[in-house]
Design a protein around this ligand. Structure first.
Ligand code: ADP
Length: 231
């Protein structure tokens, strides 16, 4: 890996564990994560001007418009890359237009030497549907820890619907309903191939992790595929 910033593009269906892996990398390595989904939900919570448009898209399981997303990401990325941070993009790019926008953004001379790793989370749809139907999230916007209500899950909170980390109530995401999950998955599959082909044609290796495994194994697998030794 280069001494400059590296960008890890996490590609996988909703519920494949991109956010959970990101949180481990933040904790273990001090990397930075941008979850475009979290950023969108922040706009809704803060009732910003674009919040309404975002809310409508999210509730119906559709994508938010590329122009809004690309603008938000580019603003965030500039600071991170200039500070030399390693960054995880969780949920971006999500389609070909966004992949092209990221590519165009990184063509700027000041970003030369920035490494881009494409890591796909491989997991069947029925596994993620099951996970998402049982997912709950800390309502504290600064925490957002993710849990599962599934009886046999290692991610169950110690107290029913209370966050282990900050004791705030847990809540179910408004888009974690069966219908919306189906829609999000179908949109994911609609765009996945075009986006991955774009990177493959550019010469990026498409790295894969088996996302059906427990998080610690996914983390080990991730470190291996990106060639991570010491941090
Ligand atoms: P998930 O991956 O579980 O669907 P996210 O939290 O990543 O959840 O995203 C939730 C929603 O936010 C998406 O369904 C979409 O409406 C919006 N969103 C997030 N990232 C993007 C993006 N890159 N482009 C367009 N819309 C996005």
């Amino acid at each position: 890996m280069s001494a400059k910033s590296n960008i890890f593009v996490l590609v996988g269906p909703p519920g494949s564990g991109k956010g959970s892996l990101s949180h481990l990398c933040i904790k273990e390595f001090g990397w930075k994560q941008l979850s475009t989904g979290d950023l969108c939900r922040k706009h809704i919570a803060e009732q910003t001007e674009i919040g309404k448009e975002i809310d409508f898209a999210i509730k119906s399981g559709k994508l938010v418009s590329d122009s809004i997303i690309v603008d938000m990401v580019n603003k965030w990325l500039i600071d991170q890359i200039e500070s030399g941070a390693h960054v995880l993009l969780d949920g971006y790019p999500r389609n070909l237009a966004q992949a092209e926008a990221l590519d165009a953004f990184l063509k700027d001379e000041k970003f030369s030497g920035v490494g881009v790793y494409i890591v796909t989370f491989v997991v069947p749809d029925d596994v993620v549907i099951n996970r998402l139907c049982k997912r709950c999230i800390c309502s504290n916007k600064d925490c957002q820890a993710v849990y599962s209500t599934a009886k046999d899950s290692p991610c169950r909170p110690k107290k029913d619907m209370i966050c282990d980390a900050c004791a705030s109530p847990l809540q179910v995401r408004s888009d974690d309903t069966f219908e919306t999950i189906k829609e999000r998955l179908s949109i994911y599959h609609e765009y996945e191939d075009a986006m991955l082909s774009f990177y493959a044609e550019k010469g990026n290796e498409i790295l894969k992790v088996d996302a059906t495994k427990p998080l610690v194994e996914v983390f080990e697998n991730f470190k291996k595929v990106v060639g991570l030794k010491d941090q």
